[in-house]
Design a protein around this ligand. Structure first.
Ligand SMILES: [Zn+2]
Length: 138
C-alpha cells in the first residue's frame, strides 16, 4: 500500500511539473506508465484498467495519452500506422519491435550509429533520429 501511495504522489508531482492537472484518469494512467521504463499501447492500458475493475472509456484513455505526449511527459513510438506506443523514456533512443509478439524493446542510443544521412531538403534540419528495427521470431 505504501508503495502505491508513493507512486501516486510521484505521478501527481510529475503531472504538475508538465503542466497537467492531476485528474483521476491522468493519475491512474500515469501510475501505469511512469513507475518504471515501459512501452504501452492505448489498448493495453485500457484493457489493463478494465481488468482491474476501473470504469474508464477508451476515449478518455486516448485523450489522456495525447495530453501526455503533447506535454512531453511520454514520447510516442509509431511502429506501424495502426499502432502507437507510449514510452516513459523521453530521451531519444532506438527500438526493436517484434512483429510476432508486439513487444517493443529499447536500444541505447550509443549502440546504434547512422553513418549515411542523405542530404536534407532545403531549409530543414534534423529534429530527431529514432530508428525502429522490426524483428520476427525464427
Ligand atoms: Zn523506448
Amino acid at each position: 500500500m505504501e508503495k502505491v501511495l508513493q507512486l501516486k504522489e510521484k505521478v501527481q508531482k510529475k503531472l504538475k511539473l508538465y503542466g497537467l492537472r492531476p485528474t483521476r484518469a491522468r493519475i491512474r494512467i500515469g501510475m501505469m506508465l511512469l513507475d518504471s521504463p515501459t512501452h504501452l499501447s492505448a489498448d493495453q492500458i485500457y484493457e489493463s484498467l478494465v481488468d482491474k475493475g476501473h470504469s474508464i472509456s477508451k476515449a478518455t484513455v486516448y485523450n489522456t495519452l495525447n495530453h501526455f505526449a503533447r506535454s512531453g511527459l511520454v514520447s510516442e513510438v509509431a511502429v506501424n500506422p495502426t499502432r502507437m506506443y507510449y514510452d516513459s523514456t523521453t530521451l531519444s533512443h532506438h527500438h526493436f519491435y517484434n512483429v510476432d509478439t508486439g513487444q517493443l524493446t529499447d536500444i541505447p542510443r550509443e549502440e546504434l550509429a547512422v553513418e549515411n544521412i542523405p542530404k536534407l531538403p532545403d531549409n530543414t534540419q534534423i529534429e530527431d533520429l529514432e530508428i525502429v528495427i522490426k524483428i520476427k521470431n525464427k
